[in-house]
Design a protein around this ligand. Structure first.
Ligand SMILES: Cc1cc2nc3c(=O)[nH]c(=O)nc-3n(C[C@H](O)[C@H](O)[C@H](O)COP(=O)(O)OP(=O)(O)OC[C@H]3O[C@@H](n4cnc5c(N)ncnc54)[C@H](O)[C@@H]3O)c2cc1C
Length: 333
């Protein structure tokens, strides 16, 4: 099925751009068909729910919009279950499906917008968990020769908000399915302080309690993209040498960071943005959210370029003040 229309409703920033064409992918065969057609030679871009992209101009090419559906049980032991989901499944609906069936693990990743097929791309993470801890296999179609490929967890080169699909193999594969290993009736992870505190009154915490706690915290902390367009965290939390942090701390005693190994620590990008004076500030119709400085928002009529310009100003100011480079998490198109 084909359509030619605006991408405004297909990106959570709500940026008003268009593409030459949009092809909705309902079956894996649609991908093969597209890759076998002459259109493959023009530019194309795979889109899930558009919650981690920023279009800076009209897209001169075809959008492949992932809508494939299906969840299947691959195998099961007494404790573990291997569940495979199609790329076009809604992530949060999948998390809830798992909870209803008592397959535990994904509850900390509640309410993250997007599709299942996008979850490995930047190794989605929140509230003490990352999806790499549950992914066993990623199934994909090679763009160059249309072959079906299977990536084991270790092949995916998962890292903090990254994977091989965002780095070395960017644009080279279209993910069709993701397989997860979950624990049947498992004990949920409540090591993250905010979750632990919120659930401290419950004796025997269930996965559903964690899902509810995460959903509540997210709903009060994060701006709703349907109201103010955004893509969640715009920047990654920077990782810097401990020696650098020690120097910064002398000048800014309130700066926060936590250790990663012996030599490095991860800083709070939100705090760096706040200390740079950008919290709540606007540039044209783009802005830094007043409560969550890591989130850049479209107040209605911002263009992708406005948002990217704002991001660049922030990056420059943070660098000038702290000599820390903020890396953009969102995919800029
Ligand atoms: C309010 C809000 C909160 C958020 N909170 C979090 C959070 O807590 N943690 C977190 O990690 N992220 C968060 N995000 C970011 C976003 O939700 C995730 O990155 C999500 O996985 C993106 O899914 P999507 O389907 O929207 O991907 P899209 O934005 O459509 O695509 C993202 C990238 O993946 C590629 N892609 C998508 N599908 C495929 C496929 N099948 N094959 C190959 N490439 C593909 C695209 O080409 C693009 O490069 C948040 C976003 C918003 C708006």
């Amino acid at each position: 099925m084909r359509d030619k229309k605006s991408l405004k409703s297909l990106n959570t920033f709500g940026v008003d751009v268009s593409a030459t064409d949009i092809i909705y992918i309902y079956h894996d065969d649609d991908i093969i068909k597209f890759l076998s057609s002459p259109e493959k030679e023009s530019s194309f871009y795979v889109l899930g729910d558009g919650s981690n992209v920023l279009f800076t101009k009209d897209y001169d090419g075809v959008i492949l919009k992932m809508e494939t559906k299906g969840i299947e049980i691959v195998s099961q032991t007494e404790e573990k279950i291997f569940v495979k989901a199609k790329a076009g499944e809604d992530w949060d609906e999948f998390v809830r499906y798992c909870l209803v069936h008592n397959y535990c693990g994904l509850e900390n990743l509640a309410l993250i917008p997007g599709k299942v097929g996008s979850s490995p791309i930047q190794n989605i993470g929140a509230y003490g968990q990352e999806v790499r801890n549950f992914i066993t296999k990623v199934y994909a179609i090679s763009v160059s020769n249309r072959s079906l490929c299977t990536f084991e967890n270790k092949d995916c080169q998962f890292g903090y908000r990254t994977s091989i699909f965002k780095q070395a193999c960017k644009g080279q594969y279209i993910i069709t399915d993701v397989e997860f290993m979950l624990t049947i009736d498992g004990t949920p992870d409540i090591t993250y302080d905010e979750i632990k505190n919120r659930l401290s009154m419950i004796d025997s915490v269930k996965a559903q309690d964690v899902y509810n706690a995460v959903s509540y915290i997210r709903s009060i902390k994060l701006p709703d993209w349907r109201v103010s367009g955004n893509a969640g965290s715009f920047f990654k939390n920077p990782i810097i040498p401990v020696s650098h942090f020690t120097e910064l701390k002398k000048k800014y005693p309130n700066l926060k960071a936590y250790s990663i190994g012996v030599d490095e620590c991860k800083m709070s990008a939100a705090q760096l943005i706040e200390f740079s004076g950008w919290k709540g500030k606007k540039f044209r119709d783009a802005g830094v959210h007043p409560a969550q400085p890591l989130v850049l928002v479209n107040y209605g009529n911002a263009t992708g370029k406005d948002i990217l310009d704002l991001a660049t100003y922030i990056q420059n100011d943070v660098y000038n003040l702290f000599q820390v480079q903020l890396e953009i998490e969102v995919n800029i198109i």
